[in-house]
Design a protein around this ligand. Sequence first.
Ligand SMILES: [Zn+2]
Length: 220
Amino acid sequence: MDKEKIEIIGDNHIGFSVDTPMIPGAFDKTDDQKIAAIQHHFGKIMEELGLDLTDDSLSGTPYRFAKMYVKELFYGLNPANKPKLSVFENKYGYSKLLVEQNITIDSSCEHHFLPITGHAHIGYVPKDKVIGLSKINRLVDYYAHRPQVQERLSMQLLKDLQSILDTEDVIVMIAAKHLCVSSRGIKDKDSFTTTLEYGGCFKEDRKREEFLGILQHVAL
Ligand SMILES: [Zn+2]
């Protein structure tokens, strides 16, 4: 791909697929093997930048960086780390809107590997199944901890919740700041990005307004 196209895709945050693009055998290596390999490569990047890796302060950075990538920032790439999402029978027959809001988003943009921070707000109307509330937060945390595009993150959450809850009646809103917009490129410190994905009853204006009305009472 030529350099101009690379810049255009990055600055416009263009994503191409709902599924995170992965290579076959992406998890053939253990976490420890990945950490060792990334440690090696990141050390080389630091050397290219002219940094002295024999300095006490810098010598441990390649390892810290590699461990942070595999175990923390991008733990959500590995399906083995997906939280168990047990659902329960909707015994009390709750059939109105339920909203879990202000769920912390700690993610990274896949075009620049810089932080995306903000909040997700998720609503659903239960049919036969309900989910433990904290499980929604855990699912957001899982999908956020991958190199992401905000639109894709919203769609992955919507699709997964629709399938877990066995209903189309789910809505996902994310409002987030992108460090790659605030600290490089256009360097806009104040703008943030909002995405809204929904299905089922939320295609009706009235139902969407009910959800958005609840959110107006909280800080984004
Ligand atoms: Zn970016």
